[in-house]
Design a protein around this ligand. Structure first.
Ligand code: UD1
Ligand code: MG
Length: 452
């Protein structure tokens, strides 16, 4: 909405006791992202759009999450939980600055979309003083009921205070409101606490607005968009709704999901063209998948970038810091972590590649382990381009395997292997020539190993 400034206040001071968790409620994840982050991504952003988050005392981690997502967000502490209107006034200083539109949203409503804020702001432009987001609840128990006369909103009655006739109303308060920012402070300061809970209800703003002879209206949305999270069961329901959205968005963008309902995506997953994801794949935060890549079944991927035409799994585990170049192949029961694999590298079976750099077209045989940890620190393994590491080898880091070097199967490599060199390092009992003899013979004929 060009031209109008806004202040969005996100209320997140609740303890969330019904989550039965030591983690503050708004930090629980949906699609690998905190509830608070979802809300902060949806609220107005950019020039003229300010954000404030109201948090509880001792919730420094909530403030940190707010700053991580929206570095420009101001945080305010509500020292006592005296109700939603009281919570807004914790940010009084920001409200008093008088943005054109004052928006209030709850931090535990992660499914809200940016367009809904625009819809809610539209009536303000046309002279309304307050716009309230409403929805038809399948079960309205516990929600504030919207009492309307014609197209005017006259009151919001909290469940605890409602008469039986009011409880029969299914049009409910979603908790998102837009105020004329120049009148908001005056209105919210008039709210009292004469109600069943003795709290300062933000919902009473409707009656204040009406008593001032001003206009309050309702904008309706779907129940799915405004599901509030109070329990782990509701968190799981929101996850379902969010996953359905993410899968649909991926399909719409051209990603092939063979069995969409079995695939878990993160809110920030990005896809190139012609990506295929087979059934039962779990994708956590920070994953990008480039054009033509295929993710085979039962793979688990977190904080990894997957190059064009790469093939992952089945049963692969890509951990944080994995970067795979074009055409890389990661096969079954392979785990990678903090590992860069350049174009064409292959790790096809049963390996651990951690704290490693693997050069172009290197071939890592089955059962190869980068021994990155000595019990004290992590060390790096570097494998050169075109190198061939035979099966069941342990590369004891820090160690460097040169370009085109050859490591005989079953080796325990503790010293660097120069470019083009061959290393067969086995315990005396197992120190037989094996594939190395073949390698020598082939080399004398001017042939080099191909990746398998
Ligand atoms: C609120 C609404 C109700 C609406 C429902 C939608 C009021 C009075 N009631 O009820 O009409 O149908 O949400 O889910 O607004 N909070 C604070 N400080 C406080 C109190 C609350 O920060 O002192 C925050 C909570 O953390 C939460 C939000 O405000 O994020 C809503 O509070 P909650 O207690 O969940 O209100 P409901 O009873 O659900
Ligand atoms: Mg609630």
């Amino acid at each position: 909405m060009t031209g109008r400034t806004s202040l969005t206040i996100v209320l997140a001071a609740g303890e969330g006791t019904r989550m039965r968790s030591s983690l503050p409620k708004v930090l629980h994840p949906v699609a690998s992202q905190s509830l608070l982050a979802h809300v902060l991504h949806a609220v107005p952003n950019g020039t003229g759009a300010a954000t404030a988050v109201v948090i509880g005392p001792n919730h420094e981690d909530v403030a940190a999450e707010a700053r991580r997502v929206r570095p420009d967000a101001a945080t305010y502490i509500q020292r006592e939980r005296l109700g939603t209107a009281h919570a807004v006034l914790a940010a009084r200083e920001a409200v008093a600055r008088g943005a054109d539109d004052l928006l209030v949203v709850f931090g535990d409503t992660p499914l809200i979309s940016p367009v809904t804020f625009e819809r809610l702001r539209a009536p303000l432009k046309n002279g309304a003083t307050l716009a309230v987001l409403g929805f038809r609840a399948a079960d309205p128990t516990g929600y504030g009921r919207l009492v309307v006369e014609g197209d005017r909103l006259v009151a919001i009655r909290e469940h605890a205070d409602a008469t039986p006739a009011e409880r029969a109303i299914t049009l409910c308060n979603a908790g998102v409101m837009a105020f004329d920012g120049h009148r908001a402070l005056e209105i919210i300061e008039k709210i009292g606490h004469a109600n069943a809970k003795g709290e300062y209800y933000l919902t009473d703003a409707v009656t204040v607005v009406r008593d001032l002879g001003l206009e309050a209206v309702v904008i309706e949305t779907s129940e799915d968009e405004v599901r509030g999270i109070n329990t782990k069961a509701q968190l799981a329901e929101a996850e379902q709704v969010m996953q359905a959205r993410l899968r649909k968005a991926a399909l719409d963008a051209g990603v092939t999901l063979i069995a969409p309902e079995t695939i878990y995506l993160a809110a920030d997953t990005t896809f190139g063209n012609d990506v295929t994801i087979e059934p039962f794949v779990v994708i956590g935060p920070g994953v990008s998948i480039a054009d033509g890549a295929v993710i085979h079944s039962f793979s688990h991927i977190v904080q990894a970038s997957i190059g064009r035409h790469a093939s992952i799994g089945p049963y692969a585990r890509l951990r944080p810091g994995t970067a795979l170049g074009e055409g890389v192949r990661i096969g079954n029961f392979v785990e990678t972590k903090a590992a860069t694999l350049e174009a064409g590298a292959k790790v096809n079976h049963l390996s651990y590649v951690g704290d490693a750099h693997v050069g172009e077209r290197a071939n890592i045989g089955a059962g190869t382990i980068t021994c990155n940890y000595d019990g004290f620190s992590k060390h790096k393994t570097t494998i050169g381009k075109g190198a061939f590491v035979g099966t069941n080898s342990s590369l004891v880091a820090p160690v460097k395997i040169g370009d085109r070097a050859y490591v005989g199967s079953g080796s325990v490599i503790t010293k660097d292997v120069p470019d083009d060199a061959m290393a067969v390092e086995r315990s005396p009992q197992t120190n037989r020539e094996g594939g190395a003899a073949r390698y020598r013979e082939m080399k004398t004929r001017g042939k080099t190993p191909k990746s398998g």
